[in-house]
Design a protein around this ligand. Structure first.
Ligand SMILES: Cc1cc2nc3c(=O)[nH]c(=O)nc-3n(C[C@H](O)[C@H](O)[C@H](O)COP(=O)(O)OP(=O)(O)OC[C@H]3O[C@@H](n4cnc5c(N)ncnc54)[C@H](O)[C@@H]3O)c2cc1C
Ligand code: SF4
Length: 484
């Protein structure tokens, strides 16, 4: 219906929601979503669902059958919509909440109006599925007798486990952390993705026959050789969590932390208050170095801990309000948005915490080695025609910022090279060498997928690769495969 305007889900007041760790978005009513679904034009070429065909520059990497479920939802046929959704996405309860929705950037309606609310519709379909009791454990009818070890329980490992279990193989997931979920559990904060949702999915997979072993690291608690002798194939999905290092004077001062250390222990403490909270932002002046989403999650976490102030430094200038010329539809739109953390910080401190085009020059500490200030300078990030990027500092724009706590969120360098060497895995640029589509490593019967292969990415890509590596592994084990 072209007369219907897009609506977004409402969220809890930004000042109220920072008093707790609950999900900040409020659900849409079914009636509203049916009307929203009716905005879909069922295009001849649905760019929204063709992402990975063109190497992921647009649309949904899972090829979700978006126009089909939009139409089913518009007609109120939620059960059939669920059936269509589950054909391509193992975990819509995660993507429906935290996917940045490249599908919406590629929606044809978005050429002239706001995109169809695809992500909200996806979330509602799966939530209804669970609420209605339509999602029940479906263990495979037959077992093949083959055993597969999956290392790492992030979205890539979980998707591979789900697919291979469906194909009848006996799957064991080995996880070095104390809880299952990878960055779903310990990266993304609870207000974006409540942890009981991950536990619910893990319980379902367990009922379907997948085994999980936590506190078990490959290389420390179990060797690759042991796995190879016990299992018919091994799939590595260990992520790319090696942080980029902040290379400035004073970076080793007390009070300077890697973002992931902060987010992990905060979630652990939230889930179990007996877990120590050694890094707390309570009444602290917080600086986040790094302008990305991980930094935003640190801001939202610091607000909930009662920080005194918070500022985020980004190297790049503010994104434009609309698409830039070199970022046309149907690509993912790189435009200015007020994400949840910024909305919350603005509500509390009356200004957006983001500082653009800022380069950190040095960190200064007091006599005890405790951080006390950060020195910065404004800069232009210039992209040459060759694609080379350089930073031009602007003399006279030096500034000193008071700081009690600094979170470094400048991205991830890749996977652990030493660990890959120890296993005998070929790697390049800190990522395991395993060709996209084949996922085979240099070791026979050992596959790799997800962030450890492609670098830090998105959940939707991790699920995509988890599904694909499962198909390749099934083919390897059975010399044929029915997996998509
Ligand atoms: C703070 C943060 C927020 C993010 N927010 C979003 C978001 O909102 N939306 C989005 O789409 N993406 C987001 N991402 C990116 C997304 O979470 C990742 O791209 C995705 O989780 C990668 O999945 P993966 O399965 O490849 O690896 P991971 O999720 O990193 O999981 C790897 C797992 O392997 C385990 N492991 C590592 N080594 C071993 C070993 N030797 N033995 C056993 N286990 C091991 C790790 O403990 C971990 O559990 C975010 C990332 C971060 C850091
Ligand atoms: S998984 Fe992400 S890209 Fe795919 S339909 Fe859902 S929100 Fe869109």
């Amino acid at each position: 219906m072209l007369t219907v305007r897009r609506e977004n889900p409402k969220s809890i007041d930004p000042l109220k929601r920072q008093q707790n760790w609950g999900e900040y978005s409020l659900p849409f009513s079914s009636e509203k979503l049916q009307t929203q679904g009716s905005r879909c034009m069922d295009c001849g070429t649905p760019f929204c669902s063709t992402g990975a065909f063109v190497n992921g520059n647009y649309g949904c990497p899972l090829f979700n059958h978006i126009p089909e479920w939009n139409e089913l939802v518009a007609k109120g046929n939620w059960k059939e919509a669920l059936h269509r959704l589950m054909m391509t996405n193992n975990f819509p309860e995660f993507t429906g909440r935290v996917c940045p929705a490249p599908c919406e950037g590629s929606c044809t309606v978005a050429l002239h109006d706001s995109a169809v609310a695809i992500k909200s519709i996806e979330q509602a379909i799966i939530d209804k599925g669970f609420e209605g009791g339509w999602i029940i454990a479906q263990p495979p009818k037959q077992r093949t007798g083959k055993k597969v070890a999956i290392i790492g329980s992030g979205p890539a490992g979980l998707a591979a486990a789900d697919q291979l279990n469906k194909a009848g193989h006996l799957v064991t997931v080995f996880e070095k952390a104390d809880r299952i979920g990878g960055l779903l559990m310990y990266g993304i904060p609870n207000m974006k993705l409540e942890k009981h949702l991950i536990e619910r999915r893990v319980d379902l997979l367990t009922q379907e026959g997948v085994s999980f072993l936590t506190n078990t690291a490959l290389g420390t608690d179990v060797t690759l050789h042991e796995l190879q002798s016990e299992f018919d194939a091994v799939i590595l999905c260990t992520g790319a969590q090696e942080p980029r290092k902040l290379e400035v004077e004073g970076a080793a001062s007390l009070g300077v932390y890697v973002a992931m250390d902060y987010l992990t222990q905060s979630t652990k403490h939230m889930l179990n208050t007996k877990e120590p909270l050694s890094i707390s932002a309570k009444e602290k002046e917080v600086i986040v170095i790094g302008g990305g989403d991980t930094g935003a999650d640190c801001i939202a976490t610091a607000l909930r801990q009662g920080c005194k102030s918070v500022v985020q430094f980004g190297k790049h200038p503010q994104l434009p309000q609309g698409r830039a010329e070199d970022n046309p539809w149907p690509e993912f739109p790189y435009v200015f948005t007020l994400d949840y953390a910024y909305e919350e910080a603005t509500a509390k401190f009356k200004e957006d915490p983001r500082q653009y085009s800022v380069v950190t020059k040095k960190i200064v500490s007091d006599q005890q080695g405790q951080v006390k200030e950060v020195h910065t300078i404004q800069a232009h990030v210039i992209k040459k025609r060759t694609g080379e990027v350089y930073v031009q500092e602007l003399a006279g724009t030096e500034k000193v910022w008071p700081a009690d706590l600094i979170f470094v969120a400048i991205g991830f360098a890749g996977a652990d090279e030493q660990w890959m060497d120890q296993l005998g895995l070929a790697h390049h640029n800190k990522l395991v060498q395993a060709e996209y589509g084949a996922y085979t490593t240099n070791i026979d019967g050992v596959f790799a997928a997800g962030d450890m292969r492609r670098g830090q990415s998105l959940i939707v890509w991790a699920i995509h690769e988890g599904r694909e590596v499962a198909r390749e592994c099934d083919q390897y084990l059975m010399e044929t495969t029915q997996l998509p």
